[in-house]
Write a protein that binds this ligand. Structure first.
Ligand code: GLN
Length: 332
């Protein structure tokens, strides 16, 4: 593949990149008051909404970190990417897509209605119903501790811990996920014990990571599954391709389309404020910003990524050769 630099992509030098990221960070902080931390999981309601941090790796280049990039927070829905990776590697796409679709739902992340009315399987693995279906495939085959060590490997972070307080808090208030679980059992999609499946799913949501751990994971996905640090392939090219495609089309729930237009980088959000952001072949980015927008995505995180995507040419569909070319003959 021709190096992106030779293709005309702007690879700014380190000083310039630090300036761009820092300025974007300062601007993005201004929208924090427009968001709110999640309170439906009481433990998340205790998190300071004013935090914002980013860690960005440009491939083959340096790492740039600004703000609260090493603060621990719960992974929440970002863990859906890890379960999906494990399921695809272990069982292959046919078995996975037997229980879950690959289409955007256009509904809230914890929606139940569309599942019963329009479809017999969850729309995709990155919403709650789909991730519960995937958890149902895994719970009898992989232990939580295996999942934890896989998460540590993918995030190149041995310090990832299980946040018991967040887990207990969510287990007390997860009636909606429980309802989804039993609905999936009634449709023969979850064939394992629903309560065990729910615990497995919620434990994975309760892993404590940092923006830096997410950037490490994003970097591996941006490098087609190979860890630059160890030189080892952790995920097959096929798994990584499927995961990135779903992140682009479904990773931001019912905000996925608007986000794709504004930012153009496959991303997965979580209600803990995390964003796992994979600029293919260009950069791996992790963001933490717990104040959320109406869709449950980090409000300042999106604002920050929009700025960075634009100034560092990270948008998947950006082509430097054509972007500013004037149209000579107007079509309309
Ligand atoms: N644990 C959360 C839930 O199941 C995860 C949701 C999210 O991050 N959007 O509701």
């Amino acid at each position: 593949m021709t190096p992106l630099v030779e293709q005309g992509y702007v690879m700014k030098d380190r000083e310039e990149t630090i300036r761009i990221v820092t300025e974007a960070y300062e601007e993005a902080r201004k929208v924090i008051p427009e968001g709110h931390v999640a309170t439906y999981i009481p433990e998340l309601g205790k998190v300071d909404p004013n935090q914002l941090g980013i860690c960005l790796y440009r491939l083959d280049k340096e790492k740039i970190c600004v703000g609260d990039y090493n603060v621990r927070f719960t992974m929440q829905s970002v863990s859906k990417v890890i379960s999906l990776c494990v399921a695809l590697e272990l069982l292959g796409p046919d078995k996975v897509f037997d229980v879950v679709g690959a289409e955007p739902s256009g509904e809230a992340f914890n929606s139940i209605a569309e599942l019963d009315l329009n479809s017999n399987k969850p729309y995709n693995p990155l919403i709650n119903s789909g991730a519960l279906a995937v958890a149902g495939l895994l719970v009898d085959k992989v232990s939580f501790y295996d999942m934890l060590s896989f998460a540590k490997k993918l995030c190149v972070d041995d310090e990832i811990t299980f946040n018991e307080a967040a887990y207990e808090s969510e287990m007390k208030t997860c009636s909606r996920n429980r309802a989804i679980g039993y609905l999936l059992e009634s449709k023969d999609i979850i064939k394992t014990d629903v309560e065990e499946t729910l615990k497995f799913y919620t434990k994975l949501c309760s892993l404590n990571v940092t923006a830096e751990s997410l950037a490490n994971f994003a970097k591996i996905l941006a490098s087609d599954g190979v860890c630059a640090k160890t030189g080892q392939r952790y995920l097959s090219g096929r798994t990584v391709r499927i995961v990135k495609t779903l992140m682009l089309t479904c990773g931001m729930y019912d905000g996925s389309g608007t986000y794709a237009i504004k930012v153009g980088i496959p991303t997965k959000s979580g209600v803990g404020g995390g964003l796992l952001c994979v600029s293919d072949k260009r950069a791996g980015i992790g963001v933490f910003g717990p104040a959320l927008d109406a869709q449950g995505n980090s409000i300042a995180g999106i604002n920050l990524l929009e700025r960075i995507s634009q100034h560092l040419s990270l948008n998947l569909f950006y082509d430097p050769d054509w972007e500013d070319v004037e149209i000579k003959e107007k079509l309309v």
